[in-house]
Design a protein around this ligand. Structure first.
Ligand code: ADP
Ligand code: MG
Ligand code: MG
Length: 881
């Protein structure tokens, strides 16, 4: 027969998936000798069976329950459903991942009209007995039978008012007796039957209710929001009761062994005298600070302090503890690793290392890399967040928190900003022409597009908060309104967006700027001791580059030159260059751009201080730069002295049906080599300039995008090399440089041995490689990839975490072939995956030299790289987390 129930003394803390978090830790505390009221755990396996087959408690399970009941009865010398000295139980849910507030606990189960008298007699405390009974009826009705709580609460309130008292504790035994009768009447009214008197029946109903609560709507939503699988099921803990409501020498409380907000090593807790269960957190009376326990019951306090130390040393982490005192006797009801802010997480981890409890490696493995986001961006104030109304959820595209008035185009945002307003730019999706609005906005919200959409990439680069692909809203740009399922928001109304969770809130929410404490710096130094991967950044401006260096970037892995072309001052020359009908015309425009590009690169080199800089030559389809509105076309035609219609024709000629697979990347340079020649010249001239200023080791890396064939690379490279030789001749000086290629077209991966004959380095462009590998358009896939996730085809979008089996395999092939030709070929990644912790781990395993990511993800990538190195060494299995 399968075993579906474990006594607390049979389990361990490592049996979480079977016993749930609460059950596993109750078992562990029992085993290390802390006072835990005895009980047993019905496993998650039973819950799964309940759903898959039985839908009700099956006979063998009921038998197993009885066996365990008997065991508890014997150990306590009390009997369940005894009229003289009744044994009572709590029934508590406990899933593998704690799901706060999802499934409620029933206390004092086993009481009925006769047992309550027995309880009164055996304890000599009638008031306590009826207080427990009225609580039980309410909890059982609410949790197991879904009778609205208010029905009971209002009766309690009425009673207090009638008696002229404010606290529950001031009600007399007779008052409570009366309440019990009233509560039973409510039950009968709602359920059309009497309150169940048979304790065994009570227990079975309660257990079934816990199983059922696994699939209540609140629980389902919580699991969705937190990526918790739906098939885990919950365990049920049946535990003998101890009573904090027995009078002035009893009480109940909660404590963190350290401060969960900032990590300070100081007990942080609260308790209430003469109270039970959730009274402390429910706020019915103001709880006392834990220090006060020292005055009231010094022995209990000391025992408690000793136990917290035992627990911390045992779990080697900050604990969140629930306890109850029954007549000066202390009991532990729960412990778990305490939830904490990122700041506290770092401080606790560093302190634990310095206290000798854990190693640096353990400390490093404990911090979830993405959690560092909280330390790098302003965040919403936790308290204000609790009262905020969430109205939609999109993708957490770029972390941070922003509140502002909604505006629907860049122009309106800029105007409003100039009026001194804070704004959120809300768009269906963004495009390069929205840049100014994105810069001026506090944050960006888009209804379409994925994690690598324009809005997401640009916002991350800027370190600006962004929620993208928010399918829950409809954006009507024309009428300037946002529609959700339940409301309509007009231009100028306030919303708040959280780029770390993707949640959109109504109204303004207060923000706090986190401090980068000394421990953060220390922690990151440890991280650097362990990692093997170098971390570079994707930066297009000196400002981004400088920020990235502050965050620890060791070079630039991707400097996109096109972003420099969108600048207001330059775009006219860029446009003239594109629509030119002759080589001469084009060269003239390029000559105008040359000094500007040279200055860009000069400043970026300066900001990077001799660190490696990889500059990618022009990549996007040219039409992206062209004007679309007639007035703009008119301006351009005037400036070029050509006819409006003629220009319009030329622009239409450039448009493509499928620009992502169109005339872009190195293909542009096959047609117009002079564009790359200009860029290569700017790169080399700027390098010579900084070299003359003392950057002896400067060695620019020129990267050619979208290569699929060795011959196209060779053609483009030869043009560039010729131009560079000219520069060296003109200036009578030279500088070392590298020419390499992006690996982002599947054909390049499978012919990487040939490509490597020309390329001195490879940088994996995994955004495009994923797009072309799957044939999923980056800009549209967001619309259907969520269905893939809902239907468990993908656990995560391949644009977020590298698809190891497919796209990853292409990378592997490219590395194997590339190193065959050129054993020392330098390998990196510059797709958005470079900042995703699981993809960073994969890059470590592949043996890349570096990953490159946006500046604000550099610390995250550093940590992820260190974790990958430590895991590899210790064979640490990620699933054990
Ligand atoms: P949650 O997961 O919401 O914290 P718990 O199962 O921990 O729910 O129960 C809530 C509260 O009920 C606990 O904090 C504790 O005070 C009380 N409680 C649970 N079991 C017992 C018990 N056996 N004896 C006394 N109080 C209990
Ligand atoms: Mg609760
Ligand atoms: Mg609890």
């Amino acid at each position: 027969m399968s075993k579906y129930i474990y006594s607390f003394h049979e389990g361990t803390k490592d049996m979480k998936s079977l016993l749930g978090g609460k059950g596993a830790n109750l078992a562990e505390m029992t085993n290390i000798g802390l006072p835990v009221p005895p009980g047993f755990t019905i496993t998650t396996k039973a819950c799964t069976k309940f759903y898959a087959e039985e839908k009700t408690l099956w006979p063998e399970l009921k038998e197993e329950i009885k066996v365990h009941l008997k065991e508890v009865e014997e150990s306590l010398g009390k009997k369940f459903s005894d009229v003289e000295n009744p044994l009572l139980f709590s029934v508590r849910s406990g899933a593998v991942f704690s799901m706060p507030g999802m499934m409620d606990t029933i206390l004092n189960l086993g009481l009925n009209d006769t047992a309550v008298i027995g309880l009164a007699n055996s304890t000599g405390n009638e008031r306590f007995a009826y207080d427990s009974y009225r609580r039980f009826i309410q909890m059982f009705s609410d949790v197991a039978m879904e009778i609205p709580k208010v029905r009971f609460e209002s009766l309690l309130e009425d009673m207090k008012e009638n008696k002229g008292v404010t606290n529950d504790t001031e009600l007399s035994s007779d008052d409570l007796k009366e309440l019990v009768e009233l509560f039973k009447e409510v039950y009968k009214e709602e359920m059309n039957e009497d309150f169940p008197q048979d304790p065994m029946r009570q227990l079975e109903l309660a257990i079934e209710a816990v199983f059922a609560s696994w699939n209540n709507p609140r629980a389902i939503i919580y699991r969705k929001l937190n990526d918790i699988p739906h098939d885990l099921g919950t365990a049920v803990n049946v535990q003998s009761m101890v009573f904090g409501n027995m009078g002035d020498t009893s009480g109940t409380g909660v404590a963190f062994t350290r401060n969960p907000a900032n990590g300070e090593n100081k007990l942080f807790g609260e308790f209430l005298i003469n109270a039970q269960g959730e009274d402390v957190v429910a706020g019915i009376r103001t709880p006392n600070h834990i220090d006060k326990l020292k005055d009231i019951m010094p022995e209990v306090y000391n025992e408690f302090i000793d136990a917290t130390k035992i627990l911390e040393e045992h779990y080697k982490d900050m604990q969140d503890i629930e306890f109850t005192i029954e007549n000066k006797k202390l009991f532990f009801l729960q412990t778990r690793n305490g939830k904490r802010t990122a700041q506290a997480a770092i401080n606790v981890a560093v302190d634990l290392v310095e206290e000798g409890l854990i190693t640096k490696e353990e400390a490093i493995l404990r911090i979830e890399p993405n959690q560092l986001n909280q330390l790098l961006h302003p965040n919403f104030d936790e308290k204000s967040l609790k009262n905020a109304e969430a109205i939609a959820k999109g993708l957490p595209a770029s972390p941070g928190a922003a509140s502002g008035k909604v505006y629907f185009n860049a122009e309106d945002v800029v105007k409003a900003k100039n009026r001194g307003e804070r704004c959120i730019l809300v768009r269906q999706e963004t495009s390069p022409e929205d840049i100014e609005g994105m810069i001026s906005a506090e944050g960006i919200l888009t209804a379409r597009g994925g994690m690598t959409s324009h809005a997401a990439v640009v916002a991350r680069g800027m370190g600006k908060c962004c929620v993208a692909g928010c399918n829950d809203i409809r954006v009507d740009e024309e009428n300037k309104i946002i529609k959700t399922k339940t409301m309509t928001l007009k231009e100028g109304e306030f919303i708040s967006i959280d780029g770390s969770t993707g949640i959109v809130y109504l109204g303004e929410i207060e923000k706090v700027l986190p401090e980068l404490s000394g421990n953060f710096g220390k922690f990151m130094e440890w991280v650097d001791e362990f990692r093997k991967l170098k971390i570079r950044t994707n930066a297009d401006t000196p400002k981004d580059a400088a920020q990235a260096v502050v965050f620890g970037a060791e070079g630039i892995g991707l400097c996109r030159t096109e972003h420099m072309f969108f600048d207001d001052e330059r775009i006219p020359a860029v446009r003239r260059m594109i629509v030119s009908s002759s080589l001469e015309e084009r060269k003239e425009a390029l000559d105008q751009l040359l000094p500007m590009q040279r200055k860009d690169f000069y400043e970026i080199y300066k900001a990077m201080g001799e660190r490696s800089v990889t500059i990618r030559l022009l990549d996007p389809p040219l039409h992206e730069f062209l004007p679309t509105k007639d007035e703009e076309i008119k301006d351009l035609s005037d400036s070029m002295n050509i006819d409006f219609d003629e220009l319009k024709d030329r622009i239409e000629n450039i448009a493509e049906v499928n620009p992502m697979l169109g005339h872009r990347g190195c293909r542009l340079a096959v047609t117009y080599p002079e564009i790359y020649r200009m860029q290569a010249r700017a790169i080399i001239e700027a390098a010579l300039d900084v070299k003359n200023e003392g950057f002896e080791n400067i060695k620019p890396e020129i990267m050619i995008p979208l290569v699929g064939h060795k011959k196209e690379l060779k053609y483009v490279k030869d043009e560039i090399v010729e131009e560079i030789s000219q520069v060296f001749e003109e200036r009578e000086e030279s500088v070392e440089y590298l020419i390499g290629t992006m690996i982002e077209v599947p054909r390049a991966c499978v012919t990487a041995d040939e490509i490597a004959e020309e390329a001195e380095f490879f940088s994996f462009g995994t955004n495009d490689l994923t797009q072309m590998g799957f044939g999923f358009s980056r800009d549209d896939a967001g619309k259907f990839l969520s269905d893939y996730e809902d239907k468990n085809i993908f656990t995560k979008s391949p644009f977020e975490a590298i698809d190891r089996d497919g796209v990853g395999k292409l990378m592997k092939i490219a590395i194997e072939l590339g190193t065959k030709t050129r054993p020392d070929i330098h390998l990196g990644i510059c797709g958005e995956h470079g900042g995703d912790p699981s993809s960073v781990e994969f890059c470590h395993v592949l043996g890349l030299d570096y990953v490159s990511c946006s500046p604000y993800r550099v610390p995250i990538a550093r940590l992820a790289a260190a974790q990958a190195a430590i895991r590899e060494r210790t064979n640490y299995n990620q699933n054990d987390k």
